[in-house]
Write a protein that binds this ligand. Structure first.
Ligand code: UD1
Ligand code: UDP
Length: 358
């Protein structure tokens, strides 16, 4: 038996780490393909080290490109490995181009695909990730969902109920495992921050690719930074669009991406998080830290209905109003969604054991 995993971009690494570890514990033969969609030391190698992910068996080195070029390069590279190694199952994570591309390659070779984080839907096809989610879920054999909304979405799309397996959230497995190591001081001390602060991440094309959206949002962050320091570890996509306009804005600290354990510390200790990230909405829910999401929708509705997340859209005035409210009131009530308990990867291993080794 051989199980092959594909990862490519930063959020895949936190999802794959606990699954790789759970399978290793059971002694299952496995191999790891890194597509190379993300390749910077701070976006990939650092996260691998901190999450103790084994060195990939293959790195396809596809790098950046248009959607079609990147997707095509991953398909061609993954197909080569799959033909060579013929795994019994391919495990894919999340909703990035590497996820969809490797799923298509496997499905055409009739290799079963297990999708971890299946069923999430924003119902917004202008998001590249929504296309990736729909294609991946329509081709996968095993659909491991993090929450009940995922099950409902898949059933509505006609997926057979026996293919849908609710396991909970693997990203929270990683969070729980790494929280004891979480440390914000390494980032905050050099910035001279010892009290409260706002943590920001922005990287969605719909937020950062057009200056008409991004610049007014930065103006709001600069306004907030006059009251409370703002720490903004910036994604390379955003860095490319931002230039140096806000480099010397008082209190606004735009820094390189940070390691996972530093970022967990920054989330845990923040007064408020402002983001458009998928994973950050979930992590702040678990940590019960108020989160404002600057998007028009979310594919993770439980972070709003159960957790601490508020969707404010991309209107800068509304962002400023809600951020000020959150800072004034401090506390947002929030619970932890069902099965976000650190055991999702074990449930995936149990389900695959039943399916592959009856
Ligand atoms: C990708 C995912 C997105 C996910 C995000 C997580 C897709 C369609 N998008 O978006 O769902 O939320 O990763 O971070 O799969 N770049 C670097 N160094 C790197 C990686 C990227 O400089 O290591 C720059 C390049 O200029 C590149 C740009 O960032 O063109 C975008 O990278 P890409 O992987 O295409 O998409 P992301 O915006 O990172
Ligand atoms: N993260 C990190 N360093 C950073 C910013 C984020 O390690 O500087 C982690 C964060 O804790 C979460 C993941 O990256 O686990 C989220 O990835 P990202 O926001 O890039 O992608 P998304 O979840 O939106 O697809």
């Amino acid at each position: 038996m051989l199980i092959t995993h594909v990862v490519g971009a930063r959020p895949n690494f936190m999802k794959a780490a606990p699954v790789l570890a759970a399978f290793a514990k059971r002694g299952w033969p496995q191999m790891l393909i890194h597509t190379g969609q993300h390749y910077d030391e701070l976006m990939s190698d650092l996260q691998f080290r901190q999450l103790q992910i084994p060195k990939p068996d293959v790195n396809l080195g596809v790098g950046s490109g248009t959607h079609a070029l990147q997707t095509g390069a991953v398909m061609a590279g993954v197909e080569r490995v799959l033909i060579d190694r013929r795994p019994d199952v391919l495990v894919v994570y999340g909703d990035v181009n590497s996820t969809m591309a490797s799923t298509i390659a496997a499905a055409k070779l009739q290799i079963p695909v297990a999708h971890v984080e299946a069923g999430l839907r924003s119902f917004d096809r202008s998001m590249p990730e929504e296309i990736n989610r729909m294609v991946t879920d329509s081709l996968a054999t095993y659909l491991f969902t993090p929450s009940a909304d995922g099950d409902d979405n898949l059933k509505r799309e006609g997926v057979a109920p026996k293919q849908i397996i609710r396991v909970g959230n693997v990203m929270i497995d990683s969070l729980i495992r790494n929280l004891p190591m979480a440390d914000s001081t390494k980032v905050l001390a050099p910035l001279g921050i010892s009290g409260g602060y706002i943590l920001v991440t922005l990287h969605r094309p719909s937020t950062v690719d057009s200056p008409e959206i991004l610049e007014p949002m930065l103006d709001v962050l600069a306004t907030l930074a006059k009251k409370l320091p703002v720490v903004f570890p910036i994604h390379p996509r955003t860095r490319a669009h931002l230039g140096t306009k806000w480099a010397s804005s008082p209190g606004l600290h735009i820094i390189d991406p940070v390691g996972y354990v530093e970022f967990l510390g920054l989330e845990r200790d923040a007064r408020l998080v402002i983001t458009d990230s998928g994973g950050v909405q979930e992590e702040t829910t678990f940590l019960r830290v108020p989160c404002i999401t600057v998007r028009d929708n979310t594919e993770r509705p439980v972070t709003v209905t159960t957790g601490t997340n508020t969707i404010v859209g991309r209107d800068p005035a509304r962002l400023l109003t809600v951020a000020n409210e959150r800072l004034a009131n401090g506390f947002v009530p929030g619970g932890i969604p069902e099965l976000w308990d650190g055991k999702a990867a074990e449930r995936i291993a149990d389900a695959l054991e039943k399916a592959l080794m009856p």
